[in-house]
Design a protein around this ligand. Sequence first.
Ligand code: BV8
Length: 249
Amino acid sequence: MSSDFAFDDGLIQAARRAQRVVALSGAGISAESGIPTFRDAQKGLWAEFDPMELATPEAFERNPKFVWDWYAMRRQEMVEVEPNAGHYALANWAQRCSDFSVVTQNVDGLHQRAGSEQVIELHGSLLQVRCSAEEHKVVDDWLELPDEVPRCAHCEAYLRPNVVWFGEMLPMGALLRAEEVVATADLVLSIGTSSLVQPAAQLPYRALKAGVTVVEINPDETPLTADATYSLRGPAGQVLPALLAALSH
Ligand code: BV8
């Protein structure tokens, strides 16, 4: 595949040798699948609301139906989108490594649909719903009601999306595992994230501190750009397939 990306030889050598690879991904890797990032304008009913305000326990407390419907709309959106070349490139890259982990901030499940097997979801999953009162009680099916939020069949509390809201702790197991894999990797890719949301934004710095090569892939600069070992300015759906192709030349 011809590509107009000329990769630094040092990057190609490091990526060719890397057997333990970690891909950290943010909303930007799903942008080319048509899913708006949190920085893009929201659509419809929620257009004038900042997602950072909506993705909070306070918003759900204040207006559970409004927040529930925002997630129901985003879940519905998932039915119509597909993984893109960036997701597939990561799934293919894993074939040439002994250990390839995806650590994602995304809740859209597209890495799994593209065939990635080791996926750590730091912020939960849009496709899952749980009881708002019983912490880890994921509910497989529920009845969508026109005028109210579905309730837990067990305890009658509202159901809620099984995602991590702002101000909520990340699932500890996922975070610990993510910290472990980045610190013991040969190569870390930071793809499509504004590197602003904590504690996910700390992960590339853990890798750098452990002497691991960190490659950022983003059309824009981010707070990580100055510190990354390499920073590639471009969309993940083009850069990742081109980088993977360059490894097999
Ligand atoms: C916690 C699930 C602590 C929900 C998400 C003040 C008040 C309150 C909290 C805080 C505060 N200051 C700091 C905090 C902590 C807060 C935080 O980091 N805030 C920041 C923003 C200031 N973090 C938290 O609250 C976390 N929890 O800290 O708990 C705690 C301690 C003790 C006890 C209790 C609690 C929880 C954070 C998780 C929030 N949930 N998602 C849902 O999805 O609805 S985060 C959500 O927003 C996304 O998952 C994503 O991670 C994040 C950012 O979204 P986007 O901007 O859309 O995406 P991203 O940042 O990845 O940017 C897109 C990038 O892609 C851009 O750079 C763009 O250039 C690039 N791009 C675009 N196109 C492409 C591309 N790249 C490649 N290819 C392309 N084609």
